[in-house]
Design a protein around this ligand. Structure first.
Ligand code: SAH
Length: 236
């Protein structure tokens, strides 16, 4: 099983995810994710792995499942969105049944905190170029902006690549107005959530890091009563 834990707090776990973890004999995941659920896994075998160890972790999980153990690989948010689901399916190659249990993804949690910015077509783009070639990443950013999509950015700024967000903003400014509303949410649905509503012009004057999701509006997005709203098109 590949289980989505949601963005953070226990209230955002689904019943299905809780049940899956409870029924597992072995729980596999990053230390940071296992630390979110200490009470659920205290009596279970644990395989905690460091960041960037994804392939080794996937192989280990599949081997344990082949030995007949009930394994839960945990991911934050939704495991099928920049998570472990695809890699597990690729490594398992159909040798063991794999069940994917969805979770609330960061963009849903961030949008809810900002208001209703995703009421029309949106594109989700990760600004991590570890696994995606940089030129494709930027091509997608510009194409989404040209198509007037609302754009949600995951992995918006890492220490290794602090300039990707700056380049992405320049590309978006070719097609989106400087006053386009931008929402920045850090640690959505975790203890110390921080939320900012700004503009495409000003967005880099705010703290953006790897615990942040950034949502850039489309040409219709407005700030209404302090919240970010993209009108669906209803006539009021
Ligand atoms: N599978 C995860 C995404 C993993 S990629 C999901 O579906 O949510 C990691 C990126 O997700 C982070 O860099 C950040 O952009 C975003 N993210 C994850 N949790 C978040 C949270 N609680 N608040 C804001 N952004 C978050």
């Amino acid at each position: 099983m590949v289980v989505g834990l949601g963005p953070g707090n226990r209230e955002t776990f689904t019943e299905e995810a809780l049940g899956a973890i409870q029924s597992a004999q072995v729980v596999v995941g990053y230390h940071t994710y296992l630390d979110l659920i200490p009470d659920l896994i205290e009596k279970k075998e644990r395989v905690a792995t460091p960041m960037r160890g994804e392939v080794a972790r996937a192989r280990q999980a599949v081997e344990l499942a082949l030995e007949g153990k009930a394994v839960a690989v945990v991911s934050s948010g939704d495991p099928g969105i920049y998570g472990m689901a695809g890699l597990i399916l690729e490594v398992a190659e159909g040798q063991v049944p794999v069940k994917i249990i969805p979770g609330i993804t960061a963009v849903s949690a961030a949008a809810a905190s900002l208001g209703a910015p995703l009421m029309n077509d949106f594109a989700v783009i990760s600004l991590s170029d570890l696994l995606t070639p940089t030129e494709i990443m930027f091509k997608r950013v510009e194409a989404a902006a040209a198509g007037d999509f609302i754009i949600a950015l995951y992995n918006p700024r890492s220490h290794g690549r602090p300039d990707n967000i700056k380049i992405a903003r320049e590309l978006m400014l070719r097609h989106k107005a400087p006053y386009t509303p931008v929402g920045i949410v850090r640690m959505a649905r975790r203890g110390e959530e921080q939320r900012t509503i700004t503009t495409l012009q000003e967005m880099l004057n705010h703290e953006i890091d790897m615990l942040t999701t950034v949502i850039i509006g489309n040409s219709q997005t407005r700030v209404v009563g302090g919240l970010m709203v993209t009108p669906r098109g209803y006539h009021l």
